[in-house]
Write a protein that binds this ligand. Sequence first.
Ligand code: ACO
Length: 319
Amino acid sequence: MKYARIVGTGSYLPVNVVSNDELSRRVDTSDEWIRSRTGIRQRHIAEPAQTSSDLAYQASLQALAAAGIAATDLDLIIVATSTPDFIFPSTACLLQAKLGAKRCPAFDVQAVCSGFVYGLDIADKYIRSGMYRRVLVVGAEVFSRILDWNDRGTCVLFGDGAGAVVLAADDKPGLLASVLHADGSQFGILSTPGQVCGGKVTGDPFLRMDGQAVFKLAVRVLDEVARETLALCNLQPADVDWLIPHQANVRILDATAKRLGIATDKVIVTVDRHANTSAASVPLALDVAVRDGRIKPGHKVLLEGVGGGFTWGAALVEM
Ligand code: ACO
């Protein structure tokens, strides 16, 4: 049986770092409020000319270098993003062109903050079926473009960035199990309900959120889908070496770990430095912990996404 194994990780954060204090000069907020409610200290914000495919490109170069694989050897490119460069072509096609990886299929996945976990699940299916051997999965976002910078309830929560992994077919275990879910009836609690129509933006082009409803739903489904994924492998939460939930809010991470009975020192946290980078948050956190040596070969890592749609999912990976 062939597994899909993560053979390289990479990430990229724009150089411009915006602190809570800087935000408090733009909107009626404070470092104390943001830290105590979310754990966020700062976020990275892309330059006006930087797009999701630019961030994805930098993260992908790192992941390919770590994997020792040339872009031209890729069989498939998947980009998870809700802030694509254009309506079309897809950000994945633009990334493919930047990487010089001609001919392999490339497409975007739109599952908001769960997009990377959705992408992993899809890549796994292609590799296990024997159809493809090397797949690049990227989460890349410039959420700063869809924030209402006058809305203190949302603009303090998000940042820009990208994370990438290369998956390769291997006889050694890699992705052990993954589970995806969605509940479209919950679309109203987190959305950017705008569109381009007749040459104009219609509806509301900014991110809108019912924070408390999102909080409650996120904590419940992150617990449920973690257990569902582990059960497929006859494992318990205690068998996990590292938990990487979507980095939305440190209180969501703490509550999820508590419900699962996982010690907080086994949870990778980057939301304090990156804020919520949506589809990029999980691969960014994974890359940080691989590069700083916490995640080692053989470790079992449970990756979890949750976000607009509503969507959620988990993937258990042996590194
Ligand atoms: N600074 C200061 N005050 C603020 C700010 C701010 N940035 N934002 C809201 N407030 C005020 C509100 O106006 C309100 O004031 P009022 O009592 O005078 O009306 C007060 O703070 C409390 O507001 P709530 O919305 O009730 O605050 P809450 O404790 O729920 O915290 C938060 C808000 C942090 C958004 C919380 O609901 C949350 O973490 N929700 C999860 C949402 C999340 O993480 N979303 C990310 C996207 S979703 C995802 O990635 C899965």
